[in-house]
Design a protein around this ligand. Structure first.
Ligand SMILES: [Zn+2]
Length: 126
């Protein structure tokens, strides 16, 4: 990160990690917060997030750290963490946004929508 984080960004991040903890309970996988790596990058501005299963890493767009994007940060984190859960549990052969992924989103309280601009590329290793 090139700039110091805005205090509201720190609060948003703390809420995001708390939410991840809560989802991990709903998903019956409480090891999730300490298993999944979360990396913010500034590379591809049009992609909000990707899930890299082989390295247990979710990449999130650094634009999500802007305070006005907090709800998008939470939803994108949930979206990508749901990918990780679904691929880990059901294998890489499933449809990325199929019923397995949708079920994780719903259990976390989200309507499973694929809204993220250019989010087609998940960087999933096959
Ligand atoms: Zn997706």
């Amino acid at each position: 990160m090139s700039q110091p984080l805005h205090p509201r960004t720190k609060e948003a991040l703390a809420r995001a990690f708390q939410a991840l903890k809560e989802w991990s309970v709903l998903w019956n996988y409480t090891a999730l917060p300490r298993t999944l790596n979360i990396v913010f990058n500034e590379a591809e501005a049009s992609v909000m997030g990707t899930c890299h299963v082989a390295s247990d890493t979710v990449f999130l767009n650094a634009n999500l750290l802007q305070p006005r994007n907090e709800s998008l940060l939470l939803e994108t984190l949930c979206h990508e963490a749901s990918h990780w859960m679904a691929f880990r549990r059901f294998g890489l052969g499933i449809e990325p946004h199929g019923p397995e992924w949708q079920a994780y989103m719903r259990r976390a309280g989200y309507e499973p929508r694929v809204f993220l601009h250019g989010e087609g590329a998940h960087g999933v290793d096959h």
